[in-house]
Ligand binder design. Structure first.
Ligand code: NAP
Length: 296
């Protein structure tokens, strides 16, 4: 059996097109556009590319995009003051402080300083707490993207055994909460889990968010399971010597057993920015007391 490859690029493009239509409907009702501000501290090349792409896609969806670039030497007090200004700015619906932050800055203090109503990364404890209580809230983008990919692939989540590998606040924990909210029976595995292969073999849905290249092998996968690979790992190319991207799942062996599977690149990755745009529109709707589901 060969798995169906889930085309995250196509699903993300469709989602962005849907959001662009809803942004127009929002503008008609609110008489303004939703606005996202991304704060980048320092000059990490990967973050710069990511922030540039966010800006392009935000503008393409018809929203207002602002970028604030700060030097790598920025102090925590300076960054907190920028966040406070954005919290108070009525034109800003979404604030995203790009991670990782330089060493002198306490990341958790920055996460907690962002107004939960503008927390489009969904990392503030108020939003994470709501998610865990099953209350509607701004939800981290990559986990939202995983759930949309499952839905678009026709995967039955209710009643399924789901194994999430990884327990970060960015991916593992929120995706487990979303799966539970969708009535899956959820196991969260991590670096101390015993016999991870045996745990995975029970899973109808495997979400790998580990950061270990090709850790999950084909013989860990139950025949017909859905495999969502969140991992983005750079490894040396065999022949070229250049680096190449691989996921946390060994694609070829897993695709020979799974029912559906996401590739890396082109699977979960493109969904993250699309979901950031969705969260920005949702945050704008909440602030304007508009039901996001009423936008068509
Ligand atoms: P993270 O914060 O480093 O967390 C990794 C998790 O994996 C931890 O919970 C860790 O367990 C667990 N783990 C590590 N080694 C393990 C092993 N051998 N067996 C089982 N579990 C193990 O990483 P993250 O931020 O969640 O990101 C995970 C991956 O997703 C990375 O490759 C990252 O680049 C990628 N990512 C992709 C996107 C996207 O847009 N596609 C977005 C975010 C992240 P402990 O808790 O016990 O240490």
């Amino acid at each position: 059996m060969t798995a169906t490859r889930i085309d995250g690029k196509a699903v993300a493009a469709d989602l962005r097109a849907e959001i662009a239509v809803k942004v127009k409907a929002f503008e008609k009702r609110a008489k303004r556009l939703p606005g996202l501000t991304v704060v980048l501290v320092g000059e990490d090349p990967a973050s710069e590319v990511y922030v540039r792409n966010k800006g392009i896609q935000t503008r393409e969806a018809g929203m207002v995009s602002n970028e604030i670039k700060l030097p790598g030497s920025t102090s925590q007090a300076e960054l907190l003051s920028v966040v406070a200004t954005l919290n108070a700015d009525p034109a800003v619906d979404g604030i995203l402080v790009q991670m990782p932050l330089p060493k002198q800055i306490d990341t958790q203090a920055i996460i907690e300083a962002i107004d939960p109503a503008k927390d489009v990364d969904g990392l503030h404890p108020a939003n994470a707490g709501k998610l865990n209580q099953g209350i509607e809230a701004l939800t981290p983008c990559t986990p939202l993207g995983c759930m949309i990919l499952l839905e678009k692939s026709g995967v039955q989540v209710a009643g399924a055994n789901a194994v999430v590998i990884g327990r970060s606040i960015l991916v593992g924990r929120p995706v487990a909460a979303l799966l539970l909210a969708a009535n899956a029976t959820v196991t969260i595995a991590h670096s101390r889990t015993k016999d991870l292969a045996a745990v995975c073999r029970q899973a109808d849905i495997v979400i790998a968010a580990v950061g270990k290249p090709e850790l999950v092998r084909g013989d860990w996968i139950k025949p017909g399971a859905a495999v969502i690979d969140v991992g983005i790992n750079r490894v040396p190319g065999v022949e070229s010597g250049k680096t190449r991207l691989v996921g946390d799942v060994h694609y070829e062996s897993a695709a020979a057993v799974a029912g559906v599977i996401t590739p890396v690149p082109g699977g979960v990755g493109p969904m993250t920015i699309a979901c950031l745009l969705q969260n920005t529109l949702t945050a704008a709707c909440y602030r304007e007391k508009i039901d996001p589901k009423s936008l068509v």
